[in-house]
Ligand binder design. Sequence first.
Ligand code: SF4
Length: 481
Amino acid sequence: MYCIMKGHNFMYDIQTVTQIFFPNEGFIKVDSPVLSGLTCESSLNGQACEGKLHKDGVLAQKFSFPVSDDIHETRRRLMISVFLACKAYTGLKTPWGALAGIRPSKMARLLLSQGLNSQEIVERYKSGYCASEEKIRLALDVALAEEKILKLQSSNGFSLYIGIPFCPSRCLYCSFTSYPIGANAGRVDAYLDALEKELDAVKSLSKGRRLDSLYIGGGTPTSLDEEQLERLLEGVSSRFDLRAAKEYSVEAGRPDTLTPAKLEILKRHGVGRISINPQTMNEKTLEIIGRGHTAQHMKAAFAMARDAGFCNINADLILGLPGEALVDVAKTFERIKELKPESITVHTLAVKRASKLRETLEEHKLASAEALEEMLAVAQTASREMGMSAYYMYRQKNMLGNFENVGYCLPGRESLYNVFIMEETQTVWAAGAGAVTKLVEKPGLIERAFNVKSLDDYINRIDEMIKRKEDKFYAQASPKT
Ligand code: SF4
């Protein structure tokens, strides 16, 4: 998409808004509307914040608001003028309105802390961002749940994330750092060597602080064999004091990777929460998305985990998977109810740039925004019927229908880590390929240290990954001049 920016520097915000309607479209700056294609024009002149959309050089839509004395409000008006022009042009439904690039629950928490009541927040979102009342209420529910969870953080606490980038196969929609374990079995030990080195560094950098929550994800950590899994968990418990940790989660993503012996290892090392993820309980879809397991594997894995003593199990689901209709989603929830998980995380399918799905998009039939809305309603009703309520939520780029991902759980079964990482209120040390450490000096003041994603690079450049962390940590710790 082409763009013209006049009188301001909010190009990133304007682009974020246009991507609600034109996902994956970058901006090419031009001086005047192009004769072939769409040009977005955002201008701030003495009196007005204007948003225009030109089609093939001809003005198609235009919205305008007066300039405010407050620069933040002026920025919002610039965004909303472009939002309204795009909405009028495309006719798309936008449940979250112009709320993009900010987590709605975070904003709701901020407004609550400023003393606004629920009704005032609803009005603010509706008039200011054209969001629907239903979505605003969801953001508010989540904000209130998060408030309680965030109080569980220790004053000197931190969380730890460990990434294991191996899976039995690659899912169609996956954009994570993940390598097929079969073809990479010979590199697992070298990976664990590097990881342990990085954990040594994290141990020393986090000295004197209390480990609040620990999450081992990826990838599918349980795709490691029993010996490797034992080594991984022993490597963690020998370095960190887990007795004080309020939560220890492991992603057991693929049900077919679980065995009684692996579950025993997890249990013995103090893992309290596991996530066994079917994404759907429909066999045909499981095949299409390349999960390599069946709904029966899911039932067996749940039974095995219960036998091993796990009483806090999450199940991840995705709405809008290729070929799925409302009836398939309803069937999935009926079968999930039988498993009685303590929490579910309901994602809306996102078509990520690095996924196989993106490459083969024309081969798949994806759900419309209307169908997704109905699927989300089924998910919400099912979660209520299971006695769960929403406790965390986030939105991503390129989600079908511009919807959201929501975590629902039974009372007291919230994933603390999910909220801590999302709300960025405490430091999260992260180790492993593709992991991102977030050093939070105080809320809003965050330094990030990125690890390389490639398996080989991670193994070969582990000292550099450690140095990146140390540099950020010491730079943040030293007084600023
Ligand atoms: S299980 Fe998760 S990490 Fe592994 S390939 Fe599938 S989506 Fe990616």
